[in-house]
Write a protein that binds this ligand. Sequence first.
Ligand code: XMP
Length: 319
Amino acid sequence: DWTMSAYRDEAIAAIREQVGDQKVICGLSGGVDSSVAAVLIHEAIGDQLTCVFVDHGLLRKGEAEEVVTMFRDNYNMPLIHAEEQELFLGQLDGVSDPETKRKIIGKLFIDVFQKHAKDVGDATFLAQGTLYPDVIESVSFSGGPSVTIKSHHNVGGLPEKMGLKLVEPLRELFKDEVRELGRELGLPPSFIGRHPFPGPGLAIRCPGEITREKLDILREADAVYIDQIRKHGLYDDIWQAFVAILPVRTVGVMGDGRTYDFACALRAVTSVDGMTADYYPFTHEFLGETATRIINEIPGINRVTYDITSKPPGTIEWE
Ligand code: XMP
């Protein structure tokens, strides 16, 4: 008779057993997975855990403040807020290949952790909120041949030289189970219900070269889109929704002027575990209203499209 509360107790015992009296650092992304991992580990070993929240300049609007407030102020967890926007955006400058972006971001995350592991003073473990589908998908795809679809930046390949061992207490869980565990641990429902957000953040929602201008536009457009979804009461029916800014400007007309601005794509899917997904069947009315709001409210975008690709053959993210 398997219950989440029993799982929680077992996981806590396993973490204590693995870690002993050593120190752990945990990369906190603000997503549900790393948040649940952090709270679980904090419950197991208290202040032996220090979280590192890396602001890589690829976060959504208001995200850094929300996460830091929640963990530092509400949970009283030791938390390092690493402001590394210049580092990440500098290294990504001029890069447009998706896998190269992911590799750069993954490597910099490790560099930043390594730096802070020193600050924490001899941390020997790195905790990650890796889920079962992450483990599977980086190895094979839908039971097919063993090929890497995308290098998820939070899986595997930790360089030996980093000298940190991994703690991955969610490695056997699917997303819905992680949410259940989060509820069991008392995380606020609004936090648990948040859509997944990938480690590489807005970088993989900005196909082509990443510029600060595009990121700023993307953040604003995404906030309007999510606001629309919440206002229509659809947030909880959707697995994930976001805007991707396209690497193309198109001609439009506004008032009596010609515009030449970016096009964007709205994405929304339903899914059980992220491995397969269907596009969300918004009404035309919703889509029309949302497009109008984005174009009127966000300077820099003059065209909105809706992505109706399911997974497979598409992936959820654009890169
Ligand atoms: P795709 O785009 O592969 O995404 O269909 C499946 C799910 O995984 C998320 N995703 C990531 N999560 N690190 C993460 O933590 C990553 O590098 C990464 N890439 C994709 C994606 O948002 C979706 O929920």
